[in-house]
Ligand binder design. Structure first.
Ligand SMILES: C[S@@+](CC[C@H](N)C(=O)[O-])C[C@H]1O[C@@H](n2cnc3c(N)ncnc32)[C@H](O)[C@@H]1O
Length: 276
């Protein structure tokens, strides 16, 4: 009989916490022990492993990459919504028209959603591009990419199929024009899906492929410590084009970071290094 609550000691928790930190950059305080127990219980049951310690050993030592991915899926928090922080989307739209478009020689706009979860953020950007940017920029190429460490989130994102609760924050005009309803499922149209490329990537252990005008990274580094934040902000600095912008969540100020300069709330411009 598995009694998981009883078997995760504080020292077991510390082992998991170290492993999570190494694999994801996420820092888990011991206050999160109950949460971790809850999330891992079903993996122990599914794998028929009788204790948290044995599960830890399996994930760490067996080389079973699929279970490592399942483990990571359990420890990530994927809360998101369409057009999360709508005022910020308006600010980004203004930024594109006033600061980015006038300074570009090539008519391309590349946008990355880093930590895109189940796809609502990159699809919101694509919807905005389709309805509000492309009509005024008909000869521009706009690409939207999304990356996330969580495999199941990327699968959902690629399916583009959402529940009623998920579409609540979506403006009606987008819902009517770009989604089809089948019973209680809402599927995003293929022409929006085709604008967005979604991949499983780890922001801590992998490089960011490509160069971007805008990188969205909202509500991702709130789970990171200073060291992990520094790693990803360095990568964003490299991955942004000259005059590129980083978009962060409303509680994630970057004040005092010499790599980025405050533009408007939640929006920071890349500061060029000498010789860039
Ligand atoms: C709370 S969601 C935020 C989603 C979206 N950006 C938003 O603001 O609505 C945080 C996402 O960051 C992802 N994440 C956490 N650590 C990551 C890492 N090291 N690499 C890539 N994605 C990561 C999680 O899997 C999760 O989907």
């Amino acid at each position: 009989m598995i009694e998981p609550e009883d078997t995760m000691t504080d020292s077991n928790f510390r082992l998991f916490s170290k492993l999570i930190y190494r694999e994801t950059g996420i820092f888990m305080d011991v206050k999160k022990k109950a949460l971790l127990i809850n999330r891992l219980k079903k993996r122990l049951k599914y794998m028929n492993i009788p204790s948290f310690y044995k599960y830890y050993r399996y994930v760490k030592k067996s080389g079973d990459k699929d279970e490592l991915a399942r483990f990571i899926d359990e420890v990530t928090t994927n809360v998101t919504s369409f057009f999360r922080d709508p005022k910020q989307f308006e600010r980004v739209k203004k930024l594109i028209f006033t600061k980015i478009i006038p300074t570009r020689r090539k008519k391309t706009l590349d946008i990355l959603s880093a930590g895109c979860s189940t796809g609502q953020e990159p699809y919101s950007i694509a919807l905005l591009a389709r309805e509000e940017l492309l009509p005024r920029l008909p000869d521009w190429r706009i690409s939207v990419s999304g990356v996330d460490i969580c495999e199941s989130a990327i699968v959902t994102a690629n399916n583009g199929e959402y529940e009623k609760d998920d579409i609540e924050s979506l403006p009606k005009k987008y819902l009517l024009k770009y989604f089809t309803q089948n019973q209680d499922k809402y599927t995003i149209s293929n022409d929006i899906k085709e604008m967005v490329e979604l991949n499983r990537r780890n922001l801590i252990t992998q490089t960011i492929v490509g160069k971007y005008d805008i990188i969205y990274c909202r509500n991702v580094v709130i789970y990171f410590d200073k060291h992990s934040k520094n790693i990803v902000y360095n990568k964003f600095h490299h991955a942004l084009k000259k005059d590129g912008y980083l978009i962060v969540g409303h509680s994630e100020g970057l004040m005092g970071d010499p790599r980025f300069k405050f533009h408007t709330p939640g929006i920071y411009r890349k500061v060029l290094n000498e010789g860039d």
